[in-house]
Design a protein around this ligand. Structure first.
Ligand SMILES: Nc1ncnc2c1ncn2[C@@H]1O[C@H](COP(=O)(O)OP(=O)(O)OP(=O)(O)O)[C@@H](O)[C@H]1O
Length: 240
């Protein structure tokens, strides 16, 4: 059997904002068809790393390959193959939720049915609501729908369940598991240890721009500690 190539390969990534080093030589591999959770304190460099993989930022040092491609040089080839859920939704403030979903669906060759997806995510009742009037959890759900409506091979989801109620969280988890079952690779960031434990095949813990621990949730907690204990042990307090 051929060994599947990694969906994401990052080596020696360095990203700075002025005097702040956000990512400091980070290395990470994401295997195809897995759910990978990236954990880390506030400001650890998770979003910056994802934004570099998504092609929004150019790597200042090191290499990033996504589906075997360079996210900047090969952006046109890569964009139709990935889905991105941004932390703050990323929709125009006046657009209605379902209009936005239909619009994004039309940009793709073989989209999912937007109405069915909206219904699956419990968005049918707020379909005519302008984006800026959606609740926090509704914005999150729309963000997820926008990320997957184009049937991507790989999705990056930044804190997918932040602000969601328990029902929406479960629906989101089910959806992410279904994506994995369909062969889609999922890379998510989260501050919820239970989310990482229940969903992820592999967890990478990032601190100060570097990966400080990696493994399956079972491996990381094999000594009987909780994932939160491991996290607290290997990371520094945010802002220190
Ligand atoms: N556009 C920017 N300009 C200046 N500094 C930035 C910018 N974006 C991020 N930073 C800084 O880079 C560091 C890493 O930020 P990043 O958003 O990547 O962390 P994070 O791990 O995603 O944090 P959180 O869990 O709080 O979302 C932080 O110190 C942040 O203040």
């Amino acid at each position: 059997m051929p060994v599947p190539s990694p969906a994401v390969e990052i080596n020696g990534l360095v990203m700075r904002y002025g005097a702040t080093t956000a990512v400091d030589g980070l290395a990470m591999t994401v295997d195809s068809g897995t759910i990978t959770a990236v954990l880390g304190p506030n400001g650890a460099g998770k979003t910056t790393t994802l934004e570099t993989c998504e092609g929004f930022r150019r790597a200042q040092a090191g290499t990033v390959r996504v589906l075997g491609l360079d996210p900047r040089k090969d952006r046109r080839a890569l964009l139709p193959r990935i889905g991105v859920m941004l932390q703050d939704g990323g929709a125009w403030s006046g657009v209605r939720a379902l209009e936005m979903l239909h619009h994004v669906a039309r940009l793709h060759a073989h989209p999912l049915d937007p109405a069915a997806l909206a219904s699956r995510l419990g968005l049918e009742d707020c379909g005519r609501t302008p984006y800026r009037r959606l609740s926090g959890g509704q914005k999150q759900r729309l963000g997820l729908a926008l990320a997957i409506v184009g049937r991507p091979e790989l999705v990056f989801v930044d804190e997918p369940t932040a602000g969601m109620d328990p029902h929406a969280r479960r629906t989101t988890w089910d959806l992410l598991r279904e994506l994995r079952a369909a062969g889609v690779t999922v890379v998510l960031t989260t501050h919820h240890m239970d989310e990482a434990e229940r969903l992820a095949d592999v967890v990478h813990i990032v601190d100060r721009g570097r990966v400080v621990a990696s493994g399956s949730p079972a491996d990381l907690t094999a000594d009987g500690r909780t994932l939160e204990d491991v996290f607290l042990d290997v990371t520094t307090r945010s802002g220190t």
